[in-house]
Design a protein around this ligand. Sequence first.
Ligand SMILES: *Cc1c(COP(=O)(O)O)cnc(C)c1O
Length: 380
Amino acid sequence: MIPLATPNISGNEGRYLEECVRTNYVSSVGPFVDRLEGMVAASTGARYAVATSSGTAGLHLALISAGVERDDLVMVPSFTFIASANAVAHCGATPWLIDIAPDSWTLDPAQVAEALERDTCREGGRLLHVATGRRVAAILPVYALGMPADMDGLRKLEGAYRLPLVADSAAAAGARYRSRNIGGLADLTVLSFNGNKTVTAGGGGMVIGNDPELLRHARHISTTARVGNDYDHDCIGYNYRMTNLQAAVGCAQMERLDEFVAAKRRIDARYRTELAALPGIAGFPAPAWGESACWFSGIVVDRQGHRPVAELAALLRDRGIEARTFWKPVHLQRPFAAAPRSRMDVCESLWQRILTLPCSTHLSDDDQARVIAAVKDVLR
Ligand SMILES: *Cc1c(COP(=O)(O)O)cnc(C)c1O
């Protein structure tokens, strides 16, 4: 079976883990945690980085640090992994779900502007969503598949409406937006080191950004908001710190970030040339503003003339190839069915036509050729 995406653990992971055991630094204090924060800050161009136990935990900390409170609304694209919306709910807030742009699959600044214009009013310095009476507290763009959202457009809205931007960049390490690195595109940006991401720590996350106060607060509440060395705490905190064991794996992975992203892009480019030109088939979006980190690769299948993607995936499985459907939009998920939302034309017509294909960084040329031949075969 050629798997969809498995970790590539063939560098210094074992050596660094042994070092943790030998030195007794296995928990959330240790040199690898600091080193990983430094590596991620350097590679993303962010001034500060705070390591967390997961990407979801990082999103939760980032939203709190950006000022999101109970009963607020946070604008989130419906086309995302459910963790983006869960993190909003963990704050006691509710996602305000917005459709995506068809040419990027990311939050569309024009639609966000339209929703803000139409559905909000200012009251005593607060931006209120008229229908629910809730305060709108932040915008959370998602870098879907490793492609940054149109951040210049969203920045303008941030200025006009005074809404902080917290970017879910879970799988976008190595991406660029208009030649700019991802570390400074939003007020806070969150990465994930989950096992299915391009660089993994087994599990883990990172909050990055340039504002010392925001990052200081995120760090403070990630470790129970402790003041000094005794049992004194100045607000409600969390136990969200990454361990040195996770960070050891993360450091070994980050050493190979460029190599891994290059492999992901090579795999994506080959699917594009060999499959996206077939009738009724397209590649994943490639807007001019961004260089995607190409976390996942695959195809988009026209409904006319082709089988549903779930059927295609089953046929590929029979041929020894793991292929999968992709994110079911958040507004169609039970926990968020009642969340306020805009019209959802783009993501509703899209999500059941996406087929992700094997794209591990160590996928061999021969195995990719097998995948391509099998996809052509099942599309016939
Ligand atoms: C993976 C992912 C997350 C969650 O990260 P975890 O580390 O698994 O908690 C959030 N958002 C997106 C878009 C993701 O792909």
